[in-house]
Design a protein around this ligand. Sequence first.
Ligand code: COA
Length: 144
Amino acid sequence: MIKIKNISAQETYKIRLAVLRKNIDLPHKFQGDEDNNTFHLGAFNKGKQVGIASFMKNSFGDFEGSQYQLRGMATLPEVRGMGAGKMLIEEAKRILKTQGVEALWCNARKEAVGFYKNVGFQTIGEDFEVEKVGPHYKMYYLVR
Ligand SMILES: CC(C)(COP(=O)(O)OP(=O)(O)OC[C@H]1O[C@@H](n2cnc3c(N)ncnc32)[C@H](O)[C@@H]1OP(=O)(O)O)[C@@H](O)C(=O)NCCC(=O)NCCS
């Protein structure tokens, strides 16, 4: 059974490196990782860490009120499709709602857009290129 827990920034690094930085020469530590408003969630399957997601107070302008950015979302290939990704997002929605946050947004890799749509996000605007990673869409979810 998959469980979601709060984890530290340090505890996200192994899966960030293995999944999000595989063959991609970009930093795996993000600005804001250690900020007071930032929180990190981990998914655990039978005690083994299998997923990560980080949530940082950050605005991109198109919404009123408080906004959070989702960064570093990944699950290990061995658990994909088992619901770990969805559980990470659902737990974040619950936490953000209690904090009165209006919107959660992310820069979604094109191949992950279907996942984000599945968990309630919508795309906004045109696709754009992130150097060394590929095409992305801005996506958002209204928390309230
Ligand atoms: C995107 C990712 C986090 C999804 O994690 P996951 O653990 O497979 O997600 P879940 O099992 O919770 O999937 C939830 C639902 O979305 C669907 N889904 C998952 N990935 C999908 C995708 N890429 N496209 C379309 N649908 C997808 C699942 O089938 C599932 O559907 P269901 O509710 O009908 O059963 C994972 O595939 C991943 O780590 N990919 C590589 C890294 C990456 O691209 N991260 C995002 C960077 S922006």
